[in-house]
Ligand binder design. Structure first.
Ligand SMILES: *Cc1c(COP(=O)(O)O)cnc(C)c1O
Length: 373
């Protein structure tokens, strides 16, 4: 089956305002309540704890593997308590998490898995698609995701009784106000025209500036204000839904392109100061972005900006983009996940999206191979 169909023509797929709203809907319908704990890997973005906090639960942060980007199974076992009610498993950058080992722990504790598939729709773990290992999974369609449709997210429910509950609750989710829908449409059009790797840095600055003025829908809601953002009562707007369906039907083409781009990076980037991700032969990985471990991340990011090469910093902190005192608001204790913190200080990611051309790849490869770290 073409994997876009997992979402497109699936009666167990529900579409929300954002990916985090889809996660919120899954958590709520799973009966997770005030004071419950939900395990999630550090080395994630604020959107995930935002959804956990919105149901009133407390995020428990699990460290990532000593050399990878996904949940460390030993640390998961160590962090679970009788209060933990669910585990969110993220397939970072499109690299599948070690589902067999994670399942041995969650089965022992009889704990449901929700898969965070925001970075991949089609990667496979031991021949089986991500998103098919837990009680449900969620997806996102904003900028930087495998399928870009504006702002939106889906929940795909695997477990039947959970599906009935999610379906029942779905009726109470409203469409965004028309003015909000118009803003998303404008933003989508502007980005489609402007966004290409060579304009990454100026477009990013423009987007942040518009976001600070409230003219663009920014990626994160303010944290720690003790109230639930209005986003969590909304479903996907109709134009976003039409675009999402259309793009999911041609997912195959995007997948081929991503694979070609990441293969080029893998073959051609050979600088001694850069390390490529280690991949298991049991996985088929489609990268949403291609991660590299570098020696001096701040220096490299400053230099790359001048060179007009698209290189993203995420994740820059264990709960990106929070730092310092803000981390305690989302219950992250600095020092509690050392691998995640180390990885944040070292990782940069190259794009694999549809606008990446041969020329962009050559420019990135040349820059990295010649750059002295
Ligand atoms: C983007 C993303 C989300 C949330 O998506 P939104 O649509 O912005 O709410 C969740 N998890 C991961 C890993 C993401 O990259």
């Amino acid at each position: 089956m073409d994997n876009g169909m997992i979402i497109c023509q699936n009666p167990a797929a529900f579409h929300y305002y954002r990916g985090r709203v889809a996660l919120y809907a899954l958590l709520r319908s799973s009966g997770i309540n005030s004071g419950d704990h939900v395990a999630v890997q550090a080395f994630t973005c604020l959107a995930v704890p935002e959804a956990i906090l919105a149901v009133g639960a407390i995020p428990i942060y699990v460290d990532i593997e000593p050399t990878g980007f996904n949940m460390d199974v030993d640390d998961l076992e160590h962090k679970l308590t009788p209060q933990t009610r669910a585990v969110i498993v993220q397939h970072t950058y499109g690299i599948p998490a070690d589902m067999d080992r994670i399942a041995t722990i969650t089965e022992k504790f009889k704990m449901p898995i929700i898969e965070d598939c925001c970075h991949t729709i089609v990667s496979k773990y031991k021949g089986k698609s991500v998103g098919s290992f837990g009680v449900g999974s969620f997806y996102s369609y904003e900028w930087g995701k495998p399928v870009v449709a504006g702002i939106g997210g889906s929940a795909v429910v695997i477990e039947d009784s959970l599906c009935e509950k999610v379906k029942g609750a779905y009726a109470s989710y409203k469409y965004p106000a028309l003015i909000n829908q118009a803003k998303i449409e404008l933003q989508y059009k502007a980005f489609s025209i402007l966004y290409q790797p060579s304009l990454y840095w100026p477009v990013r600055s423009l987007f942040r500036w518009l976001g600070s003025l409230g003219l663009a829908e920014s990626n994160y809601n303010p944290v720690g204000q003790g109230r639930i953002a209005a986003d969590f009562s909304l479903r996907m707007s109709p134009p976003v839904q039409r675009r999402m369906m259309c793009k999911l039907h041609s997912l195959e083409r995007q997948t081929r392109h991503s694979r070609w781009v990441s293969d080029q990076y893998r073959q051609c980037i050979n600088s001694v100061s850069v390390s490529h991700p280690t991949l298991s032969v049991e996985c088929n990985v489609i990268f949403v972005r291609y991660p590299l471990i570098v020696r001096d991340k701040p220096k490299l990011l400053a230099a790359v900006r001048r060179a007009g090469v698209e290189l993203a910093e995420w994740y820059a902190t264990p709960v990106h983009p929070l730092s310092g005192r803000q981390l305690s608001i989302v219950h992250y204790e600095p020092g509690s996940c050392p691998n995640a913190e180390t990885r944040c200080a070292q990782v940069v990611t190259l794009p694999t999206h549809a606008a990446v051309s041969k020329r962009d790849i050559e420019r990135a490869v040349q820059f990295l191979n010649q750059y002295e770290m």
